[in-house]
Write a protein that binds this ligand. Structure first.
Ligand SMILES: Cc1cc2nc3c(=O)[nH]c(=O)nc-3n(C[C@H](O)[C@H](O)[C@H](O)COP(=O)(O)OP(=O)(O)OC[C@H]3O[C@@H](n4cnc5c(N)ncnc54)[C@H](O)[C@@H]3O)c2cc1C
Length: 459
């Protein structure tokens, strides 16, 4: 019997496995593929996801593998008609150390997470497809390859075509908008510079070529249904540009769909298994990573007997509304981009009026957001815990790891326990308990240490 079986080793499953493994929970992670993916697929990490990767201890490697501020360069034929950095002017601050998204191929994110996981003593079991599933009061029995695995809990991180979701009889509800199917792939390109995301967008078709950092390849996205070079020649028609050495090719159709439950007994759905987005907002991989990060600490505490089963219900209570609102945002972004291309000669930057940083996501409605004092104009329970400095120390350094962090007057330091690391702050106006996933759980009167113990008992 293992504590947790993770089905699917994409970004969602790997994040969950890392978070549980660092908590000393026994975790197995299986994937039906015999080989790790090498195609770029998702290529953007949001500022909030970068904070998650900071907490998981892989931020330096991640930042070193990507680029920021790559301009969108739009053309008509060989003529440049605009060049925009949609995130221009966003500089790091004490509160927000990663203010802009990072361009990085998804396979590299997965590789970094697999290396972190291996460092924690867990390796992905390849060529291991989950095909069957039963559950009882003590655990889940999964048919995987030609064996069975018994686990206390199962996390379905098996992507948009999730087998687990189908075995549970859950459906992805929503729509498949009437938008042309796109071709996507990784190719080498002669005749284009690597200092911009090159885009030719017309009302009747388009092609975009984005250099992938750390490689010689570009990700090409095209509406055409023909060879990439043919689409390029037909739409861009720039002589001397040659697309060659394709290493990956796929197609995608825009989907706006999600399930109406994230939990069925001892099984949890996360990432694309639970919601599929238009890629226009670039939020699919990010939302999956953040689902996993929300679920990880809760499963960790329950498996270790430090919290009651009911804590696991808060995963769905918190993440289902977030999934719904992100689906709305990504479909609005898609509509605005398509409208702009069709009618105003615009491009991808038409969607950047929306906040895609995910830094403002919060859980004010959650029973885990508790506030007993109110100082207008200051952060509220359920908000993201911002970075900053106290007494010369960086807050994200204090938060990093699987614990809760308590910030309050020096007397609060007595609140340190197996679950909580407490730090005294001169003239603290409140007691603030930061959840392991970096959200404000409790804001209480600075003298009310018992509020902290009540909060933890109620978990
Ligand atoms: C062209 C393109 C561009 C994109 N751009 C972005 C972007 O910029 N930003 C962004 O955030 N997202 C982007 N996305 C979306 C992103 O790729 C997905 O949202 C992301 O892969 C979801 O991660 P996941 O771990 O939930 O699922 P997946 O990555 O699909 O991983 C699921 C894993 O489960 C395995 N599996 C499936 N069935 C089984 C089974 N029965 N048993 C065992 N294993 C199984 C699969 O082999 C796979 O490894 C893009 C996607 C595409 C195609």
């Amino acid at each position: 019997m293992t504590d947790l079986l993770v089905a699917g080793a994409g970004p969602t499953g790997l994040t969950l496995a890392c978070d549980l493994a660092r908590r000393g929970v026994e975790v197995r992670i299986v994937d039906r593929s015999a080989e790790f993916p090498t195609g770029s697929r998702g290529k953007g990490l949001s500022p909030r996801t970068l904070e998650v990767l900071d907490d998981l201890g892989v931020i330096d490697k991640t930042l070193a593998s990507g680029v920021t501020h790559l301009p969108h360069r739009r053309y008509r034929g060989a003529e440049i008609i605009s060049e925009v950095d949609p995130e221009a002017g966003r500089e790091p601050t004490d509160d927000i150390p990663y203010p802009v998204g990072l361009l990085i191929p998804q396979w590299r994110v997965e590789q970094i997470l697999r290396e972190r996981l291996a460092g924690l003593g867990v390796t992905v079991e390849p060529a291991s497809e989950l095909t069957g599933l039963t559950q009882d009061t003590d655990g889940v029995t999964a048919a995987v390859g030609d064996t069975t695995i018994r686990a206390r809990y199962l996390a379905a991180c098996d992507g948009g075509r999730s087998t687990v979701r189908k075995l549970l009889g859950l459906t992805l509800r929503g729509e498949t908008p009437d938008v042309q199917q796109m071709d996507v792939g990784d190719v080498e390109v002669d005749g284009l510079s690597r200092d911009a995301w090159h885009q030719w967008l017309t009302p009747t078709g388009g092609i975009m070529l984005c250099p992938l950092p750390g490689t010689r390849s570009f990700q090409v996205q095209a509406a055409g249904g023909e060879g990439f070079q043919q689409t390029f020649d037909r739409i861009a028609g720039v002589p001397g540009v040659r697309l060659h050495e394709p290493t990956w090719r796929s197609t995608y159709r825009v989907q706006v769909r999600m399930v109406d439950r994230l939990r069925a007994g001892r099984v949890f759905l996360a990432g694309d298994a639970a919601h599929v987005h238009p890629i226009a907002g670039g939020l699919g991989m990010n939302t999956g990573i953040q689902d996993a990060y929300n679920l990880g600490w809760k499963l960790g505490l329950v498996i270790k007997g430090q919290a009651g089963e009911g804590l696991l219900d808060t995963y769905e209570q918190e993440r289902l509304p977030i999934a719904a609102s992100l689906l709305n945002i990504t479909s609005e972004v898609l509509t605005e981009i398509l409208e702009s291309i069709r009618h105003r000669g615009g491009g991808l930057d038409a969607g950047t009026t929306h906040d895609l940083s995910q830094l403002t996501l919060k859980y004010p409605w959650s029973r885990l957001s508790r506030q007993t004092v109110d100082h207008p104009g200051t952060p509220r329970a359920g908000d993201r815990a911002a970075d900053g400095r106290i007494g010369g120390r960086r807050l994200f350094d204090l938060f990093r790891g699987p614990h809760f962090t308590l910030l309050g007057p020096p007397a609060a330091e007595s609140g340190t326990s197996a679950l909580v690391q407490a730090h005294g702050v001169e003239n603290a106006q409140t007691l603030t308990l930061v959840r392991p996933d970096g959200y404000l759980g409790l804001i209480a009167d600075p003298t009310d240490l018992s509020a902290v113990s009540r909060y933890l008992e109620d978990l």
